[in-house]
Design a protein around this ligand. Structure first.
Ligand SMILES: [Zn+2]
Length: 344
């Protein structure tokens, strides 16, 4: 028998696909599905924005190309037995253009994509083995939705420890919809980003202050694809599958540097909200107004009063061992942070 070791990204995709987090997609795409999603944003006539594919590097492909069956392993445990292996190719330039836009050649994730996906593989999942994941890593959508008695339920995606702009958004959503799911993306392991347990712990600490039984923090076990509007729409689908009725799409949601325009993700998701079957909240980004000395998302100042509050700014304070100013983050959060909160 042959074994194939999943990396963490593949494993999280597998977990999400087989637990209906990406529903209606429940397995890695075949060639037909891949192209249909890229060209027409559809999967079996339903709207679907982003192909979740299984790729192999050249050396792994050469090792496995004639195999009939594989055992998929994650951290030396068998996760699944798969059969009817079918390797296929996709025009990588086309993928780059469709996902990352006209400057795709320069997108670092396009370079990564080319390197990691010499060939793509479709298979049938013959047997799925029991996977024990801690609740702080993964929660099944059906287990979570059981807890929700009433709609509306708004949702917020983040990859960060909450700062003042996030807190502004939380309060905006709580006031308007009363129930809120904060669902941080965990499972990334890029140097300089926050560690998973720090993200979860501090988001949970913040909701304690809101003192409501209708506010939740659960993980979204995945990884950033920097795929802009299409990935933002995938995030909306995830929240719909967790039982949410509304989803906040941020400014440059899932964007990377200047590859997308600031509001592309909001516009794309809003245009497709009926097909996504979840209402999209597309508001202006909050900032710190230095004239009024508070966080707002609009003001009438004649002067240039805007100071942006961003996670990367705060992380740079931590790296330089500088106290995070309270205009960026309340003290009860920042006092829990230091250089060790970040991935080394
Ligand atoms: Zn102002």
């Amino acid at each position: 028998m042959s074994y194939y070791k999943l990396d963490q990204n593949q494993f999280s995709d597998f977990v999400n696909l087989t637990n209906k987090v990406f529903y209606p997609l429940t397995n890695f795409v075949n060639k037909h599905e891949f192209l249909s999603i890229l060209d027409k944003f559809t999967l079996n006539k339903k709207f679907f924005p982003y192909p979740i594919f299984f790729g192999m590097r050249k050396k792994d492909y050469l090792k496995n190309k004639n195999k009939k069956k594989l055992f998929l392993l994650y951290k030396s445990k068998v996760v699944a037995e798969v059969e009817n292996l079918n390797f296929f190719e996709i025009n990588k330039q086309k993928f780059g253009y469709k996902i990352y836009g006209k400057n795709f050649q320069k997108h670092p994730y396009f370079k990564k994509f080319k390197k990691e996906n010499y060939k793509f593989l479709h298979f049938n999942i013959k047997k799925k083995y029991k996977i024990n994941l801690k609740k702080k890593i993964f929660l099944n959508p059906s287990d979570f939705s059981k807890k929700i008695k009433k709609k509306p339920l708004a949702s917020f995606h983040t990859r960060n420890v909450p700062h003042n702009s996030h807190i502004w958004i939380h309060n905006y959503l709580i006031k308007k919809y009363s129930s809120l799911l904060i669902q941080p993306l965990i499972g990334q392991y890029k140097k300089g980003e926050y560690k998973d347990d720090v993200i979860m712990r501090l988001n949970k600490m913040v909701i304690k202050k809101y003192n409501s039984k209708k506010i939740f923090v659960i993980p979204f076990f995945s990884y950033p694809r920097y795929g802009g509007p299409r990935e933002a729409a995938l995030h909306a689908i995830v929240r719909k599958n967790y039982g949410c009725s509304h989803f906040w799409v941020g400014r440059d949601h899932a964007g990377y540097k200047k590859f997308y325009n600031k509001y592309d993700s909001q516009i794309f998701c809003k245009q497709n909200q009926d097909k996504l079957n979840i209402k999209i909240i597309a508001e202006k980004e909050p900032y710190f107004c230095k004239k009024d000395n508070l966080i707002v998302n609009k003001c009438n100042c004649k002067i240039n009063c805007k100071i942006s509050v961003s996670g990367s700014k705060i992380r740079s304070f931590l790296i330089r061992k500088i106290k995070v100013p309270v205009m960026y983050m309340p003290k009860f959060i920042s006092k829990n942070l230091n250089k060790l909160s970040l991935i080394e």
